[in-house]
Design a protein around this ligand. Sequence first.
Ligand code: HEC
Ligand code: HEC
Length: 401
Amino acid sequence: MTALGPGTMIRSAELVGVVVAVGWLAAPAFAQIPPAPGDALPGLTPTEFELFNLGLEDFLEVEEPEEGLGPAFNGTSCGGCHNVPAVGGISPVAELRAGLVDADGTYRDFDPDAGSLFQLFSIPSHGCQVVIPAAANVIARRVPIPLFGGGLVDAIPDETLLALEDPLDLDRDGVSGRAAIVEDLATGELRVGRFGWKAQQASLLVFGADAYLNEMGITSDLFPREQSFGIDPELMRLCDPIPDPEDVAEPATGRRGIDNFESFMKFLAPVGRGPIDAQVRLGEQMFNAIGCAACHVPVLETGPSSNPLFDRQPVALYADLLLHDVGTGDGIAQAAAAANEVRTPALWGVRFRRPLLHDGRAATVADAIEAHAAEAALSRQGFNELDPVARAALLAFLGSL
Ligand code: HEC
Ligand code: HEC
């Protein structure tokens, strides 16, 4: 148990204490305590809670070269970049991507296999550091995305997201979201991507496997080849002699590390709302009135599921998870996303998140709103035209998420 993250066990013990203390209204009191960041979803079965903790342990585990770390990597544990304000959150780290825009304006990766990521670190022994070529003319940074409520996002049906699409802006509101159709590497099916700043993956399982490779250099059967741009295979084998795939199922449990990551993220609760008062309620009305909710859709719903925790549950994430051009694009085309497109980020838990926007360029929520242009130009104009009371209310609303 010592390997477990801060809070998880203690908090559930506290909850038990509360329930005992207020015995006569035990059930409703339990239901009404909003989850704190890092908590498991309320109502897990003992088996699910065990899987959550198993996943948490792997999520926090610091990997060594002997376990497959590298040859190139950005971090040594998932938790290293996902821990503010609790395990599963964010961190101030920013990753680096680079590529090439041709004379005709088309973006391309230097190496279609390695993609646009240039890892920050390497196993130093044999010179396996990836280096950005001098010919690069696009460089972009990306900050982490919190994972709270990930299982609910995973359970939103593709059809729900497809129904929100309006690629040709037929309703002429200036907003034209597009679903990111990507291959789900676990099943081979085409799905609607919803994870990552470019909606580059459709499921937590595949995103976790992608992260294990891209962030930590650990291969799995979903991503069996090491990726280190420009490093020749011989050299790579010297820097990382562990045979691929490195993440294999444990004989005792039949589970891979990527299965454990998935369990942790799946059962991780969304961040509960802060206090809601009259000002916050007015702010939410402003949010709807000036068109923020056209993309930051307040609530979506999970599909039918045999697990009651995911069966047609409301997901108050404030996002349509579609790709939009809001004038902030990082110049990198990735998966289904064009160079100028970014997926609408969820705003739940935004009060715990700084810096803002995909590259972390915005210090405050107001800065982030000011950066909205193109499809979001009208709503930004609406924000700028709010009177001081309405503006303060809108910011109070966002501060309650
Ligand atoms: C070096 C820092 C770093 C490490 C280590 C890291 N991540 Fe991340 N994570 C990020 C960044 C940055 C993003 C956004 C990347 C993007 O979209 O381009 C991200 C995004 C994600 C997302 C998408 C969430 C969403 O809702 O869109 C998931 C899931 C995720 N990470 C899981 C993991 C797992 C599992 C691990 C360990 C195997 C891990 N991460 C390790 C930095 C990191
Ligand atoms: C056309 C769709 C669209 C509309 C309309 C829109 N947004 Fe956004 N919003 C986005 C996208 C896409 C991003 C991510 C941009 C980026 O990171 O480059 C974003 C980012 C944000 C962020 C930063 C979140 C984070 O985690 O970094 C905040 C806060 C935000 N929007 C609030 C608002 C508010 C308030 C309004 C109304 C005034 C609004 N948005 C209108 C699509 C939209």
